[in-house]
Ligand binder design. Structure first.
Ligand code: ADP
Length: 456
């Protein structure tokens, strides 16, 4: 915008400057012409008197203080055009006007116009007429005056404009750029703030400029929109938190009642297999609902809220694996927990949920006859590794499996939502730990949760 304005400004100033210089030049020329005509009339009058001398008359007529530069050249030419009297700077070729001008004067009586006199730095203007009355009747009187001063003044103005225009242009451009950047600063501030607003920071608002103008109205309107979006987001989070919370109780009840039925000797064997399948699906439903609850809470608070205590990871892994023992047995997969005691500062419920997700995935992707193990190791980085001998994950899919809703083979359709690993990652990262995976297609995968030592 600044460049555009500077360009337009330069164009206007140049056009204006050109107009100024040419009009000053022509006005000064006209003035010089008028002054010369005036001098001419005075001189012609005086020349009618007897015993007059052109040089003396001109000396009186020309204003004192005029320099050779401005000085008038006067000549009286006889009827043949020969110079008989002269005043002023010496003229190289004698006569200052040529024959054609004299012919024109003979015809029209009077002539004025520009002339170029050899030896003079600038053009002159000249007035020529025939004298009448007195002894010089019939002679030509020629008065010429240099246009130097007007050319000089116009040249000075042009020079001034050439120097002043770029300076004025620079000042105007810098000023314009400064004003524009001050005016656009609030937009910049809004842009920067808007770039940082996301679902986790839905409470942030754009800065509203103090002036009551279009920008402040824009900021207020966008803030209004952000507020409505935040309310909608809150409502959605509250809904999924409430829904998952509400679902947990009936699922827990189903699990408990199926357990009772499975333990009862009165349950016929054919019902047992159906019930254990129901038990398995209820447990899976419980994990999915648990995942949704973790996620909605995490999104509402911006992070997963933890209730950390020093926990032995082996003590944590054993009951989680025990809950999935039935599933493993049904699938013909061996499930083991091994390793050493390793204490870490963790939220046992949430980390249990993460391990359950990993075991659930491992059991789902391991064919009959395979093995799934949870191995706990201590040291500087207490680690919990879930290892399977299953299908594995192709190398190009590995970087994305922790993303939300990402599933390796959608067509395979085990019914997962692609949430399990994202929740594992969130839970582990909330603990200040890391989760990574190594996998070889066809050979199996190992997911490793590395945590910090208790008190570390
Ligand atoms: P889902 O709910 O679909 O299991 P996850 O986030 O738990 O979603 O897993 C994402 C994808 O990673 C799954 O679709 C699955 O294909 C793949 N995956 C996870 N664990 C394993 C594993 N142990 N072996 C093979 N593939 C796995």
């Amino acid at each position: 915008m600044t460049a555009w304005y500077a360009g337009v400004f330069a164009l206007i100033v140049t056009a204006l400057g050109w107009f100024l210089v040419t009009s000053l030049h022509s006005t000064l020329n006209e003035n010089a012409q008028e002054a010369l005509e005036l001098t001419y009339r005075v001189v012609a009058d005086r020349l009618r008197e007897p015993d007059t001398d052109l040089a003396a008359i001109l000396r009186d007529a020309v204003l004192p203080g005029e320099t050779a530069e401005t000085e008038v050249i006067g000549q009286i030419l006889d009827r043949e055009g020969n110079v008989v009297e002269a005043y002023g700077p010496r003229v190289v070729d004698g006569r200052v006007i040529d024959r054609t001008v004299l012919d024109e004067v003979v015809r029209a009586g009077h002539w004025h116009g520009p002339v170029q006199i050899p030896g003079r730095a600038h053009d002159d203007i000249a007035v020529v007429a025939r004298l009448s009355g007195g002894v010089r009747t019939g002679s030509f009187l020629v008065l010429a005056q240099t246009l130097g001063p007007s050319e000089h003044a116009a040249g000075r103005l042009a020079w001034l404009l050439v120097v002043a225009t770029p300076a004025a242009l620079t000042v105007a451009a810098i000023g314009g750029w400064f004003v524009a950047s001050v005016a656009l600063r609030p937009v910049d501030a809004m842009t920067r703030r808007a770039a940082g607003i996301d679902a986790a920071r839905a409470d942030e608002r754009l800065p509203v400029p103090p002036a009551d103008d279009e920008l402040s109205r824009l900021a207020s309107t966008l803030n209004g929109m952000l507020e409505r979006l935040r309310r909608a987001l809150d409502a959605e989070r509250r809904f999924s938190a409430d829904a998952s919370h509400e679902l947990r109780t009936p699922i827990g009840l189903i699990e408990a009642e199926v357990d009772v039925a499975l333990r009862s000797p009165a349950t016929p064997p054919e019902a047992r297999s159906v019930l254990s399948s129901v038990r398995e699906e209820a447990a899976r439903l419980g994990r999915i609902v648990g995942n949704l609850l973790v996620l909605s809470r995490a999104e509402a608070a911006g992070t997963v809220a933890l209730d950390c205590r020093p926990v032995d990871l082996l003590d944590l892994a054993v009951p989680v694996a025990a809950r999935l023992a039935n599933v493993a047995a049904d699938r013909g997969v061996e499930l083991r927990v091994a390793g050493e005691a390793a204490t870490a500062e963790v939220d046992a419920d949430l980390l249990g949920q993460a391990v359950a997700n990993l075991l659930d995935n491992a059991l789902s992707h391991t064919p009959r006859g395979g093995a799934v193990s949870v191995t706990v190791s201590g040291g500087a980085e207490p680690t919990l590794a879930v290892c399977d001998t299953g299908a594995g994950i192709p190398a190009d899919e590995l970087p994305r499996i922790f993303d939300r809703f990402y599933r390796v083979d959608r067509a395979r359709g085990r019914g997962g939502a692609g949430l399990g690993l994202e929740i594992c990652r969130r839970i582990v990262e909330a603990h200040g730990g890391r989760i990574d995976v190594e996998s070889e297609p066809g050979a199996g995968s190992t997911f490793r949760i590395r945590l910090r030592v208790a008190g570390g």
